[in-house]
Design a protein around this ligand. Structure first.
Ligand SMILES: N[C@@H](CCC(=O)N[C@@H](CS)C(=O)NCC(=O)O)C(=O)O
Length: 199
């Protein structure tokens, strides 16, 4: 059985938990407390030199880090990852967008709130919020003509973007401004095997 090294509040880890639930993949959860530096132990560094969760470990000892790489690998041969090369490239486009233009703003501000370190980051906050809103604007515009991000069906691109978007309000982002994103959130929540971030 595979193991998921996990931090429950992390959207990056939730992406993997959601995918595992959607695909009914048996797994063991290994909770890690990043606030206590547990991902910096020698044992964990042997699994991911970059000291971050999520990490998935296979029974033969192989490990894979980076949430979106994990989604891409675990979803192979499922309905969540199309076979078509053009659609796969579009999925990667949105996953890279998530990591470069979305997560560093929306997830990071939420983490500052969660870790009660907002005051230490006051000087960076308005720029992070501006860039986070830009990411939400891009998503809202893209969803004007489609129900999901790629190929008009639920894929790993949606899971990657959903994880931090649906909790963006926890960082102070006003999701009420984005009706199409809200409808897309509702569509993902209505998937029969959906689990919430705190489940
Ligand atoms: N790009 C990575 C980011 C992973 C990441 O930032 N993980 C955080 C929790 S959300 C972490 O483990 N931080 C612990 C640390 O920095 O020591 C991914 O998508 O998996």
């Amino acid at each position: 059985m595979i193991r998921l090294y996990d931090f429950s509040e992390s959207g990056n880890c939730y992406k993997v938990r959601l995918l595992l639930a959607e695909l009914d993949i048996a797994h063991e959860l290994i909770p890690m407390d990043i606030l206590k530096g547990e991902t910096r132990s020698k044992t964990f560094l042997a699994k991911n030199l970059n000291h971050r969760v999520p990490v998935v470990e296979w029974p033969d000892g192989r490990t894979l880090a980076e949430s979106n790489a994990i989604l891409f690998h675990l979803a192979e041969d499922s309905s969540l990852l199309p076979k078509d090369p053009w659609e796969r490239a579009q999925i990667l486009q949105w996953m890279f967008f998530e990591q470069y233009s979305h997560e560093p703003y929306i997830a990071v501000v939420r983490f500052w709130v969660f870790s009660r370190t907002l005051d230490e980051h006051r000087d960076e906050l308005s720029e992070r919020m501006r860039q986070g809103y830009h990411a939400l604007d891009v998503m809202e515009t893209h969803l004007a003509t489609r129900s999901f991000f790629v190929g008009d069906r639920y894929t790993v691109a949606d899971i990657a973007l959903y994880a931090y978007t649906h909790v963006a309000h926890e960082g102070g982002f006003e999701l009420d401004r984005y009706p199409r994103i809200q409808s897309w959130i509702d569509r993902i929540r209505s998937s029969p095997k959906y689990i919430s971030i705190d489940q």
